[in-house]
Design a protein around this ligand. Sequence first.
Ligand SMILES: Nc1ncnc2c1ncn2[C@@H]1O[C@H](COP(=O)(O)OP(=O)(O)OP(=O)(O)O)[C@@H](O)[C@H]1O
Ligand SMILES: [Mg+2]
Length: 501
Amino acid sequence: MKEITNLLKAGFPAIAISTTEEGRAELAVAAAVKAAGRTLYVWSVTEGLARVLEAGGVTEFGDTQDPMAMLGHTSALPDKVAILLRDVHPFIGRDASPMLIRKFRDVMMAGKQRSQTLILMGHDVPLPPEWVKEAAVVEWRLPTREELQEVIGAVAMSGKVKVAEIEWDTVLDAAAGLTTTEAENAAALSVVETRGISPDVIRREKAATVRKNGILEIVESSTTLQDIGGLELLKGSLHEKRNLFTKAAREYGLPTPRGTLVVGQPGTGKSLTATATARTFNLPLLRLEAGRLFGSLVGQSEANWRTAFATAKAVAPCILWIDEVDGLFAGAGGASTDGGTTQRVLKAILQDMQMAGDGIFFMLTANDIDRLPDPLIDRLEVWAVDLPSRSEREAIWKIQIEKRSRKSKAFDLARLAEATDGFSGRQIERVWLDAMTRAFNDRREPSMADCEAVAARTVPTSKLMGTEIEARRQRLNGRAMPASAPEGAADPKTAGRRLTV
Ligand SMILES: Nc1ncnc2c1ncn2[C@@H]1O[C@H](COP(=O)(O)OP(=O)(O)OP(=O)(O)O)[C@@H](O)[C@H]1O
Ligand SMILES: [Mg+2]
């Protein structure tokens, strides 16, 4: 990697490389060290310090497992060396010994004179603040499309697959976001299974890999905007944006929109909207598991976010969906409660949002706007969803009935909407499924009577959570655009504004 070679030539006494792909990064470091005319040494807490020999293999130095001993040893090393330190972060983190930190600095000062460079590598390398001026930071990125093509091409050749027949565009879309090793494995599997490079196999492997790696999940969904009842204004706005992620839009000179925050009452179609957006924009949907963002180790949460964001960036254009984002910031403001981790993660998210612009659409869903930090709200288009109006309930009933392959014409939708006043969309679905269950037990088809009977014994969300619903409405008032058109306007009988989606 040219960047590392240049940093070595420029005489930086320390280079920090955060990477999730250690094997590949180490190979690149070795090449860069060689290109800069330095000799490579490696250190790890298990093996101690060792010199890497040109012919392969290493010469070890005894008793250098302890970082202090290793640093002490550097003065005995010749000039023009680079020392790769594996997983050194526990020794320089927040609880590091001041003596060790000082020793590191001494070695760096001396290193500048003698062209000795420490290369700190790990999943996440949090540098002590006082080093920032001395050390260069390199973020190990995921491979580019060209690099992926090279790797997959090599697998294809060795598997005797005709490279000319590979549909590179789709294959590379499928592979984007994988590391080289992962792409190599996926391609090899594809050759074994299909005797070719199949985008489907690679996509499947990517979904599995992304999930295994931690906090992202690729959501496959066939939901469209037509599966959402009501919320006409929100749907209209998303529909308008549908072409903004295309090449044509880019060439036209349009930037991609940053994202949307959908806030409001429970069970009203917020998560549904997120999945429908993916189909509308025709983009892959990456769901962030907010609960798993927070790791137990210091610095791990930010590293988790960075890994997730790096994946999203590589997959881009894509939708990055943070569901129930208010849960994430439940403890926000609480530097006292969690050592400021939440605040640091938030800062990282905000920074990345600022930079993103190109191809990552943030889709945030939440119940409560009050728990969300202002800068986050500020960066997004904010929509408020409320419990469905009468005409919206009609639309939801129609969708739910048809979703279970029944004819909505056989039902009086207006009466059902009336019977489910104050219900959320989720509750309507529940009522319908319960009605179907009743009918099924009697081996007959569900009827109006079933639906009305179940509705009558159900307590509507509006009552169940009455005070909370009203309070939430107040909090949202004026801070967000209403997702629903005013009652009447969206009524198909009175308004000509049916969406063609
Ligand atoms: N507007 C709607 N149109 C059609 N179906 C809906 C609508 N709202 C809710 N539903 C039904 O209820 C289910 C739950 O909705 P969804 O998960 O989108 O709610 P949510 O707003 O994300 O709720 P929560 O705040 O609890 O996360 C959906 O899968 C869908 O079947
Ligand atoms: Mg939800």
